[in-house]
Design a binder for this molecule. Structure first.
Ligand SMILES: Cc1ncc(COP(=O)(O)O)c(C=O)c1O
Length: 372
């Protein structure tokens, strides 16, 4: 009795007010092994065999010593510069992060002050808002427009002129609507408000092939940052490695708030191997695009409400409640993501696209569970 009473009186030290107000970011991350994972837009077949081979060469010393990053920025630059690019990247234009999540966090940490504004869209990737909120930033979310979720270009442009927000984040293509904003339009926004840091999250760019990197000149546009990751197409989500690419001085600023060894040695080894095997990634993207055609035809032929645009995912409105479909499919060994509480797309499911075989299993699962 005494100990219960004592427990009730325990008071933890007070954190910053912003942290006290926050609800922890939560995603259904547990219990996903050995299931068909169409819930996090990950690579559904695993990384390149060359990545696995490289990881197997790791010896004890490699684990006992702190990680070394020499040459990794060069490898990232070489990988990106190997595609058509007007202004080839230099190594000091590339910041290495423990996943793009950590890059987003560092950007908000280094640029966002209490009361500053983060301008973004809605619905979009869920980690921008908490990163801004923990800085005490005000978050202004502009909804996608019409039933096809068009980018709210005019509204965003007006707000850039009127508010001059500290940061604008655009997920391009957007997760989960697949909305795509053309490179010249992004440049127009970045020019509209040079004091706003314009962050383009290109996590799913590989499925679209319409990156801004081939045309951007960061020395003329220092307020633009592009985010890329090895989590999705390269299949390294579990190792955590992502990149922020931009003007060297901006990269230098956002790196100041991350720790010296935030990326672990396994991620570094895997990243070198993945970046060298672009062919594997291109093949995987092709497989996903074929699977997308397959599932899209099924949805169209059967008159099922869905929204499919860029990215390795689409939205589906089942005829039963989304939460029920989610749990019925889980019993069939299939994971998808319920978009509950997401403005504009409430009632839908987000389905990641894997291989054609995997989409066939998903399709059968929808029929077995009487979800469509
Ligand atoms: C749009 C977007 N940005 C960033 C991330 C996080 O990427 P990373 O795994 O590199 O931290 C995700 C993950 O789902 C995402 O969908």
């Amino acid at each position: 009795m005494e100990s219960i009473k004592n427990k009730a009186c325990v008071k933890v030290p007070k954190p910053r007010p912003e942290i006290e107000m926050m609800t922890p970011y939560s995603a259904p991350l547990e219990g996903r092994r050995n299931l068909l994972r169409l819930d996090f837009n990950e690579n559904t077949i695993g990384p390149s065999p060359k990545v696995m081979a490289a990881l197997k060469t790791i010896v004890a010393e490699h684990i006992s010593i702190y990680p070394e990053y020499n040459g990794l920025q060069k490898a990232v630059a070489a990988n990106i510069n190997s595609s058509t690019i007007i202004n080839p990247l230099e190594i000091n234009q590339i910041g290495l992060f423990n996943g793009v999540d950590a890059a987003i966090h560092s950007i908000c940490h280094s640029f966002g002050d209490r009361g500053d504004q983060l301008l973004t869209t809605v619905p979009t990737f869920g980690y921008y808002k908490p990163c801004a909120k923990m800085q005490g930033m005000e978050v202004l979310e502009i909804p996608y427009e019409t039933t096809t979720f068009e980018f709210p270009f005019n509204t965003i442009k007006k707000l850039l002129i009127k508010n001059k927000p500290k940061i604008l984040i655009i997920c391009n293509p957007n997760n989960p609507t697949g909305t795509n904003l053309k490179a010249n339009k992004i440049l127009e926004l970045a020019t509209t408000s040079p004091e706003t840091l314009v962050v383009i999250d290109e996590l799913y760019e590989a499925f679209l092939g319409d990156s801004i990197l081939p045309i951007v000149n960061f020395s003329r546009m220092p307020n633009l940052i592009v985010l890329r990751s090895l989590s999705k197409t390269s299949g390294l989500a579990g190792l955590r490695i992502g990149f922020a690419i931009g003007h060297k001085d901006v990269i230098n600023l956002i790196k100041r708030v991350s720790g010296p060894y935030d990326i672990n040695s396994f991620a570094v080894t895997a990243a070198f191997a993945a970046l060298e095997d672009q062919k594997y990634i291109d093949n995987y993207v092709q497989k996903v695009l074929q699977a997308r055609n397959w599932i899209q035809k099924k949805l169209l032929d059967n008159n099922i409400k869905h929204h499919m645009n860029s990215g390795n995912y689409f939205l589906l409105w089942p005829k039963r409640k989304a939460s029920e479909v989610e749990s019925s499919l889980r019993k069939e060994g299939i994971l998808i993501r319920n978009m509950q509480d997401k403005p504009l797309i409430e009632g839908s499911l987000r389905v990641s696209i894997g291989t054609t075989k995997q989409m066939q299993i998903f399709w059968e699962g929808l029929k077995t569970t009487k979800s469509i």
